[in-house]
Design a protein around this ligand. Structure first.
Ligand code: GAL
Length: 417
């Protein structure tokens, strides 16, 4: 009898411990692909704000390196399949987060929006891209711009370029000038395929304009039509001015520009944060413009954080999400990360000249989503898009028409649910 009582007490205690662990704040495992450079600096800025309010919570950084999450997302999906999710993870607003919502991986955060008043300080259009069936599933921490042209003013001057190219025709003329001055016209990052797909996504947009570009994702622009054909011809031409090493990661490719070995770099604005974390100066070591052919267009993406179903430290995760949406969190994180805040009450004086110009453009430009960074298409398509574009870049496609056909197949095989 006595033994039975002990046994019951032990079971009760074990259950209590498990329950306490589930809700507990003693630890927070956060999963991103922000493992180094400006990305890690941004994450640290945000975790410092979190630690001020939650000094007893042990922070477990589960970052998996690899730009655009090309490695991280595969690890994340297998962890969720194994019912071992992190306490919170990074997901892009749009079809990427929709992939997780539809798989039943995420908890509804609508109540948190109401209690934190985020519906009043986040743009309604952005909240929509995190909402399915009237429920909101992510807390956006930033807005990045994908279509930025970066260059080194000294190298440009040497090549006889004094102003940013505004059109594709001007871009091609300047690529030729860089070539004549003895350097590669454009820095290319082949590692992991995504940065080449990022360049291709920009080229589609610059070549056909926002309406036709958006039509690619709702099926109203054909992959076998003249617009895609013209875009592929432009892409091929841009690639021909690139560095010959096809294995560079994006920070290494970016260095070609800041060290004067290549002319232009078309990359999201995290490049600026990366260079600043290396001690380089905006305006002196590198400068920027809207990428040619996309002036007046803001190709956007937004990193958000989530509460996975089955998170082991839910209370800590909710505390983290509150920091992500807070003014202090956003205005600490974003100047380091190279992005602008989502909150409309953000303080512009905390941001550098590039980010202040991005803030102004975000308010007046035509907004178009990024495909490589989750806005337009689901996880399955993104992986296929990277592979198909990477294959073309590496000379694996039969020809341009074959490339267009593989893109069309990827689109048909991976519809947004
Ligand atoms: C994007 C992400 C950015 C940055 C970039 C390069 O997908 O939204 O925050 O991390 O990849 O890794």
């Amino acid at each position: 009898m006595r033994f039975k009582q002990y046994k019951l007490a032990a079971v009760v205690m074990a259950v209590a411990l498990v329950v306490a662990g589930c809700g507990s704040k003693n630890q927070l495992e956060i999963f991103t692909w922000w493992a180094s450079g400006g990305e890690a600096a941004g994450l640290k800025g945000m975790t410092d704000v979190f630690t001020q309010d939650n000094p007893k919570t042990k922070f477990v950084n589960a970052a998996v390196a690899g730009g655009a999450g090309v490695n991280a997302k595969a690890v994340l999906i297998s962890r969720m399949e194994a019912k071992n999710p992190p306490d919170t993870f990074q997901a892009h607003a749009g079809q990427e987060i929709a992939s997780y919502i539809k798989a039943g991986n995420l908890e509804d955060l609508t109540d948190l929006y109401a209690s934190e008043g985020w519906d009043k300080v986040f743009p309604a259009g952005l909240i929509k891209t995190l909402t399915i069936g009237g429920k909101i599933y992510g807390v956006p921490v930033n807005i990045h711009r994908a279509n930025v042209l970066w260059w080194n003013p000294a190298a440009a001057k040497k090549a006889g370029i004094t102003a940013a190219p505004k059109t594709l025709a001007e871009l091609f003329a300047d690529l030729e000038k860089f070539k004549k001055s003895g350097i590669d016209g454009i820095a290319l990052a082949g590692n992991g395929d995504w940065a080449i797909a990022h360049l291709f996504d920009y080229t589609l947009l610059a070549s056909m304009g926002p309406d036709k570009f958006n039509g690619l994702w709702d099926g109203t622009t054909s992959w076998s039509g003249p617009e895609v054909k013209a875009a592929i011809a432009n892409f091929k031409k841009i690639l021909s001015y690139g560095n010959s090493d096809k294995s560079l990661d994006w920070p290494t490719a970016g260095k070609l520009v800041t060290s004067g070995k290549a002319g232009f770099f078309i990359m999201g604005d995290w490049a600026s944060a990366q260079w600043q974390s290396d001690g380089l100066k905006l305006g002196t070591d590198y400068t920027f413009a809207a990428a040619p052919g996309t002036v007046g267009i803001y190709q956007w993406l937004s990193d958000s954080f989530t509460l996975p179903v089955g998170a082991k430290h839910k209370e800590a995760a909710l505390a983290w999400l509150k920091v992500c949406g807070s003014l202090a969190g956003q205005d600490t994180f974003n100047p380091l990360k190279g992005s602008i805040a989502v909150r409309t009450d953000s303080d512009p004086t905390k941001y550098d000249a590039y980010l202040q110009s991005a803030m102004a453009d975000w308010k007046k430009d035509t907004l178009v989503g990024s495909t490589v960074h989750g806005v337009n298409m689901n996880n399955g398509f993104m992986a296929a898009y990277n592979t198909v574009v990477g294959k073309y870049y590496n000379g694996g496609a039969k020809d341009d028409a074959g490339f267009a056909m593989e893109l069309a197949d990827a689109f048909t095989a991976n519809p947004n649910a």
